[in-house]
Design a protein around this ligand. Sequence first.
Ligand code: MG
Ligand code: MG
Length: 255
Amino acid sequence: MIRLKNEKQIDGIRESCKLLSAMYRELIPQVKPGLQTIEIDKWVFDWIKKAGGKPAFLGYGKKDNPFPGSICISINNEVIHGIPSKRKIAAGDLVSLDCGINLGGFISDQAVTLEMGKVSPEAHKLNEVTRECLYAGIEAAKAGDRLLQIARAIQGRALREHYGVVEEFCGHGVGFDVHEDPHVPNVPHGSNPKMMNGMVLALEPMINLGSGNVDVLDDDWTVVTADNSLSCHWEHTIAIFRDHTEILTDPVTIA
Ligand code: MG
Ligand code: MG
């Protein structure tokens, strides 16, 4: 069931989103080759706690295998849900960060892919186009139109470059919970409700240099490309209003 939000509730979600984007603004300049991903996770946990929020992803998921970090860190062929570890970031890596904050019961969700120094031209282009896919999807998110317009816009941009669009994981409603209805796919399939005033959605294209097929590692979290190709991931939380659509999280530019 899609839970629509009233203006006051969207105010709360917006505050959560602003806090999350403020966290990214401080974090991103510190993410450098040589850093262990667990060090990033610790910094994020401390920052969110100090700011009065809760890391929304920490402990999320199945009871016997909850997500152990405050932020997902997925490198190169890892698509999403990378678990913070002792792995060190290397020069030339693509590092996807995905984080959510629970602020007073209101949940935000945002992801960015960072380039560690000079990456290959193919990696840089993949990253730029993935971000363009996100904004193409946001352009298509309008009250009165159907939800799968978003998928058509995202997929359309990616296919122009012959990139693979991940189908198995997708965007979602957000705000009261980390994942709510509806599914917001990146390829047009499944239910196609009308977008309505008060919908809050997380749009999150995951785009691969190779095919869109993915596997999940034995840790039951980390999603990787099936063909080991590079992957990028960009996400914003947005709110649909009768006459306009607002991006609740702040933009991050590619360095
Ligand atoms: Mg996310
Ligand atoms: Mg999300």
